[in-house]
Write a protein that binds this ligand. Sequence first.
Ligand code: UGA
Length: 432
Amino acid sequence: MKLCMIGTGYVGLVSGVCFSDLGNEVICVDKDEEKIKLLKKGVIPIYEPGLSELVIKNYKNKRLSFSSDLRTSVNKSDIIFICVGTPTIKGGSSADLSQIYKVAKEVSTSINKFKIIITKSTVPVTTGDEIEKILSKKNNKNKFAVVSNPEFLREGEAIRDFTYPDRIIIGSNEKKSNRILKNLYSPLISKGALYVNTSRRAAELIKYASNAFLATKITFINELANLCEKTAINIEDISIGMGLDKRIGSRFLRAGPAYGGSCFPKDTKAIISTADKFKTNLSVIKSVVKSNEKRSNILLERVYKILKKKIKNKKITFLGVTFKANTDDMRDSSSLQMIPILSKKGAKIKYFDPTGYKKEFKNIKNVSYENSIKKSLQGSDLVIIHTEWNDFKSLNFKKFVKGKKFIIFDLRNIYSSSKIKTQGFKYFSIGR
Ligand code: UGA
């Protein structure tokens, strides 16, 4: 099938490349000409394991191409995926849909034969209805169907999540598009993915509901971790004990820092905003957002306690600063809240991240990037393990100590408390 992905951000690029790997002809379109030029040379704008190899392979065999000419690309394609960003609106909490509607207007002028127009971007309920109205204005009667097909890819695991999804959600009541899309996804369905057909509005809501529910699970376990710290209980026992109940499930019950990334913070706020619009109070999700916003302060309070309230001139190392492992994404990472506050209090901060220097800390006083774990640990008073990269999972800390031992605060519960303590380190973790 001939597909066109509009927007070569995370969703569009990963989905486009994976669809081409399944044998489709895919054009990935972006208005950023520089980005398109680089993609043609095999330069990938994001860090995602396995993506670069797939881009190069499918570009070489000509199933994958890149273009900044939206109209011609739409003209040549049967299925158009809208994959542009829906960030939080400036100064508000709803999703900014300006890019979606701009693309819809452009697409409306290029419908030369029947096309399926799909939103893969995360969009609030009724966005599909608006797109349909925009496309109808250009005398396109019976020449298009607007479908919602949300994605559930996790950064760092995106290729795997695309290839082995739990479910494929298709929001459309239209028979022809359903038949075509079931066929498009048949290689994944035959490997066990469930194909769920529902209304367009329901598909739009399923995406937000899923992210909000996962964010709730994480917040729930983070709050319980606070209780465990005061009652000498290990939060991991609680996660295991709860998670074994099939109605609850064990995933997303790892306590840690505030959840971050480009999706959970933005989508929890946007679903509340949609509900407000329809005069519905999503009180559970509202308290999740509030609790998560307080999470970094709770962890900072623990840092102050560990350092006996003497922060000035303390050397603090951050191992990992991205919001999670296997990504270079800094969006809404809890390190962006913690590091500036510690710097303000006079700490001297060094950080190491496997994805390198981060411009986000450029203008923050006393924060420097080190290009190795060893250098970042030298002379440190406190080491904060912020991100669960494999690189940090079996460190022999003794090797890095010259003189006084540093204290370790492990925000991801990577290490066994008893083992680290027998090596003579003061060790603190989350909920245990
Ligand atoms: C999330 C969803 O998991 C995807 O299904 C969805 O497609 C994506 O958002 C999106 O809407 O595009 P992602 O943001 O890449 O994916 O990352 P997650 O793996 O879900 O992690 C989000 C945050 O939760 C991270 O800060 C992570 O550290 C935290 N987390 C996750 C925990 O603190 N504990 C857990 O047990 C799991």
